[in-house]
Design a protein around this ligand. Structure first.
Ligand code: R5P
Length: 312
């Protein structure tokens, strides 16, 4: 087995390597003077089982191109099998043609990864589970729920209600509610534009409870803040948020800082959290052990179903 990484999240790759007890392979991933990506794998990978750890998080286009070029380099270096380990799958939200003349970019990206030469994909909390079907290669889809819930277990919070900020997230919120032995509520919202939503109703009992808002992505923070404001109006006691992928773009961090009733935002390390985004309210839990376990099992040709059996 060999683990390769680019510039998207080298810290996560190092953590995965530590769990697997294998060294991170020596790979040059830099830029030519005009900005084109330059890759060279500095050690032989002939006949090896290669895992390329590279979330396609912002800057998504740079990280995606690095991933594609690393796959190409490994393929041309006679790697036996190449698994693209993409803890955060960028462009995943563009997964359907919901208005005229728009692309299905999540499918286009899948085509590119397959065309580059990946044999399989290992990913986590896809925006929509159906994206697995966009690939004509094997996809193993992990969930961060257990890692997140271990964090909440330690907090020993009482009188909990898990809240899904939209109807699309009900299945995952239900799994969290079951796992945390909590009630379930749903925010019924209407999306006015890609960056603006309006909350219509809250379905379920939240008054006097500690709410845990569960989502796959936090980008501008708009959906989260609106859900928090709606929960405040309904008289919740305090609010936590558990979100797998912390993109935290634009003024998201400032908005969260100003949001008094949000106690903590818990995110995974699928996307690196830059220094200026590291505020006390944002807690990061590591998905490295989960990803490492999946990589080891894939390498050993063992079942990984025990790692994602959480949404029944
Ligand atoms: C929407 O369907 C997703 O699950 C997230 O709620 C959304 O992408 C978050 O984006 P933002 O933080 O920009 O509202």
């Amino acid at each position: 087995m060999k683990i390769i990484t680019g510039n998207a999240n080298p810290e996560l790759a190092k953590e995965i390597c530590a769990h697997l007890n294998v060294p991170l392979s020596d790979v040059l991933v830099s830029r030519f003077s005009e900005g084109e990506i330059r890759v060279q794998i500095k050690e032989s990978v002939r006949g090896r089982d290669i895992f390329i750890v590279q979330p396609t998080c912002p800057p998504a286009n740079e990280n995606l191109m690095e991933l594609l070029i690393m796959i190409d380099a490994a393929r041309r270096a006679s790697a036996k099998r190449i698994t693209a380990v993409i803890p955060y799958y960028g462009y995943g939200r563009q997964d359907r043609k919901d208005r005229p003349r728009v692309p299905i970019t999540a499918k286009l990206i899948a085509n590119l990864i397959v065309a580059a030469g990946a044999h399989r994909v290992l990913t986590m909390d896809l925006h929509a589970t159906q994206i697995q079907g966009f690939f004509d290669i094997l996809v193993d889809h992990l969930y961060a729920i257990n890692v997140m819930c271990e964090y909440f277990d330690k907090k020993n919070l009482k009188n909990l209600v898990v809240v899904s900020p939209d109807v699309g997230g009900i299945k995952m919120a239900r799994a969290y509610a079951k796992r945390l032995r909590a009630g379930l509520a749903i925010v019924d919202k209407r999306r006015e534009s890609p960056e603006k939503t309006e909350v219509m109703h809250i379905l379920g009992t939240v008054k006097g409870k500690t709410a845990v808002l569960v989502d796959d992505i936090i980008a501008t923070g708009g959906s989260m803040i609106e859900a928090i404001e709606a929960l405040e109006k309904k008289g919740v006691k305090e609010i936590y948020a558990a979100v797998t992928h912390g993109i935290l773009s634009g003024s998201a961090i400032d908005r969260l800082k100003d949001c008094r009733s949000l106690k903590e935002l818990v995110i995974s390390n699928s996307i690196p959290l830059s220094k200026q985004k590291q505020i006390s309210k944002v807690k990061v839990v590591s998905a490295a052990a989960l990803l490492a376990e999946a990589i080891q099992r894939i390498h050993d040709e063992e079942s990984i179903s025990c790692l994602f059996d959480v949404t029944n």
